[in-house]
Ligand binder design. Structure first.
Ligand code: ZN
Ligand code: ZN
Length: 347
């Protein structure tokens, strides 16, 4: 089968590999019908994910059809259409039991697919702990509608959930890349009084204004003044930092009102400064981390009900055989790209 592979630092290649086989009774084999490229894939390519294993098939955003299941898999069966979770988790350890599945104690726990074990920019993928890692796609929901459920949409949903958004709140979201937009879609479901999105790129600001006219869009330069003028208590009640740029962590806590919640979803290239003397008395609550991707069933229900629609994010489509081209467009942000869909094996 075709499998896009992390060969060495700086180089991915589309290789011919054998179709994966089940290694454990909790595994499932999924035929990938649609996949995507995530910024984390680029981080692997550029060597900034030290735990990524050379030789692995990359890709951790995908949907497909179950081909085969191990004897201990009970929640899905061959023929089911499923979303694949970016995280592998056992469902049984202390962290899984408390919903902190990102920290699952299993050796493959956390982000393993397409990083430490073979992922889904391929015709087939083996999914460990399939009862946890796969969710059935409801009837009437298309592959494109479900494509981001297991990764960036799970992240946006988790970020909105832990941010404790209330109806009277002004919510500031910093960064309108794909994950920022998913965060926006999920924050909207909490019906806060106001959502302000801070985005640097004029192209992405235009996209926001076109698709989400009720949202207020500001540039980083005007953000702090704008938020102060457009919130009830001198700053945002909730700030969700999704950008991960050089100055955005500072912007996040500066735009927060006293006693606000600041949720950091962003993954930074460098350590950030937490200047406690400057923020003394502001009494902020910081929440940080990688997604606990255990809400996929609920997210799929919301998609089926028409409450979340991420399909406008898919701006480009390529067959798996042309994945090099897809990376070129995505990595260089050509042609207004937000996300690409990579069309897999259709059966
Ligand atoms: Zn990702
Ligand atoms: Zn676990």
């Amino acid at each position: 089968m075709l499998a896009y592979t992390y060969v060495e630092r700086g180089r991915f290649a589309l290789l011919e590999k054998p179709i994966p086989t089940l290694k454990d009774s909790h595994d499932a084999l999924v035929r990938v019908t649609l996949g995507s490229i995530c910024t984390s894939d680029l981080h692997i390519k550029h060597g900034s994910v030290p735990r990524a294993v050379p030789g692995i098939t990359v890709g951790h955003e995908m949907v497909g059809i179950v081909e085969q299941v191990g004897t201990d898999v009970h929640s899905v069966k061959p023929g089911d259409r499923v979303t694949v979770n970016v995280e592998t988790f056992c469902g049984e350890c202390f962290f899984c039991q408390h919903g902190y599945v990102n920290n699952c104690e299993d050796p493959d726990g956390g982000w393993a697919l397409g990083c430490r074990i073979d992922g889904g920019q391929a015709e087939y993928v083996r999914v460990p702990h399939a009862d946890q890692g796969l969710n059935r796609i409801p009837e009437g929901v298309t592959d494109e509608q479900a494509l981001f459920v297991g990764d960036i949409l799970a992240t946006g949903f988790w970020a909105a959930r832990i941010s404790e958004i209330k109806p009277e709140d002004t919510v500031l979201i910093i960064g309108a890349g794909p994950t920022g937009i998913c965060t926006l879609l999920c924050a909207r479901l909490k019906h806060p009084q106001r959502i302000i999105v801070c985005e640097k790129s004029a192209e992405r600001a235009r996209f926001l204004r076109m698709h989400y006219p009720e949202v207020q869009v500001v540039s980083p330069e005007e953000c702090k003044t704008y938020v102060q003028a457009n919130s009830a208590h001198g700053g945002a009640d909730v700030v969700i930092e999704v950008a991960g740029a050089d100055d955005t962590f500072r912007l996040a806590w500066e735009c927060a009102r006293p006693n606000a919640i600041v949720t950091v979803v962003a993954l930074y290239d460098r350590p950030q400064v937490l200047p406690l003397p400057d923020m003394y008395g502001k009494n902020l609550t910081f929440k940080t981390g990688g997604v606990d991707g255990c809400d996929c069933e609920e997210i799929l229900r919301l998609i089926a009900e028409g409450q979340i629609d991420t399909t406008p994010l898919i701006t480009h489509r390529f067959p798996l055989s042309e994945i090099e081209k897809a990376y070129h467009v995505f990595e260089n942000r050509l042609d207004g790209v937000i996300k690409v869909a990579v069309i897999g094996k259709l059966g």
